[in-house]
Design a protein around this ligand. Structure first.
Ligand SMILES: [Mg+2]
Length: 182
């Protein structure tokens, strides 16, 4: 049985953007992030984190540093996630699994049995929005990271943070359910 997922970018979406976070002490969970994960998991979505980590490829921090930061992030989030995928490549490396490539979303879909057409991507950069679209998902831009409200976007919805994004997704599901019963 296939299930839908919500793919979350990490930095600037669930975790405060500090620019190449390499120290667990700098980890802070953003407002709305915990609730978003809890509500969406409760609604039956798989929760998958997909994060570009070019700081590894650039030599700013090691894979072990990334793992320590991510473990602290998950501990502070305090809600289970089904899987995390990360792309350590330098942006100049080709081919790349980095967003906007859908590679990490497709890997998750294969591993977890995800129906991409019923899934959503939430992120704070246009590369996240494109990655979602490239995987066949709807995409939501959050303004809790680096993108400004004035920027043009291909996202289906733009909102303040992950909590608002989750509410919009749940509204879409209700509307679909109502339409299928009508
Ligand atoms: Mg981000």
């Amino acid at each position: 049985m296939m299930r839908p997922a919500v793919f979350f970018d990490r930095d600037g979406t669930l975790m405060r953007e500090v620019g190449y976070c390499s120290n667990p002490r700098d980890v802070a969970v953003l407002d709305g992030a915990r609730e978003a994960v809890r509500w969406l998991r409760g609604a039956g979505f798989a929760i998958v984190v997909v994060t570009n980590q070019s700081g590894i490829g650039r030599g700013f921090y090691t894979d072990d540093d990334y793992q320590a930061v991510h473990a602290e992030f998950l501990r502070r989030l305090g809600e289970p996630v089904d899987a995390t995928y990360y792309a350590p490549e330098h942006p100049d490396v080709e081919p790349s699994r980095r967003k906007p490539s859908p590679a990490m979303l497709l890997e998750a879909a294969e591993a977890l049995g995800i129906d991409l057409r019923e899934s959503f991507m939430i992120g704070d950069r246009e590369g996240d929005i494109e990655a979602g679209h490239n995987a066949g998902c709807q995409s939501i831009l959050v303004l809790s990271g680096i993108t400004e409200a004035s920027q043009t976007t291909a996202a289906e919805f733009v909102c303040r943070d992950a909590g608002e994004a989750a509410r919009w997704i749940l509204d879409q599901c209700e509307a679909r359910k109502a339409a299928s019963l009508a």
